[in-house]
Design a protein around this ligand. Structure first.
Ligand SMILES: [Zn+2]
Ligand SMILES: [Zn+2]
Length: 93
């Protein structure tokens, strides 16, 4: 059996939880939790962290989402927008 289907409970490092059970487990554990409040990761609700900025540097889900975003930008910019020669382009915002 491989380890990769288990995650560590963010509220108690001694809890090793099957990933598909994690969302329910977290809700239960959150109620018993007495430590400093954790922030919920926007990219995966089972990620609860003290320092979101630091977490995002190593969050797989976040990194994947910006990767996808970059792919979409690359695809959509394949056809460069056609601009008229100079006039009518407002750069002042
Ligand atoms: Zn737990
Ligand atoms: Zn995350």
């Amino acid at each position: 059996m491989s380890d990769c289907e288990y995650g560590i409970c963010p509220y108690d490092k001694s809890h090793r939880i099957l990933l598909f059970r994690m969302p329910k487990h977290i809700i239960k554990c959150e109620k018993n939790y007495r430590g400093p409040p954790l922030q919920t990761c926007k990219y995966n609700a089972t990620h609860r962290v003290l320092n979101m900025e630091k977490h995002l540097k190593e969050c797989d889900y976040y990194l994947r989402s910006i990767e996808n975003h970059a792919v979409q930008i690359a695809l959509s910019s394949r056809i460069p927008p056609k601009l008229e020669d100079g006039h009518d382009v407002d750069t002042s915002l």
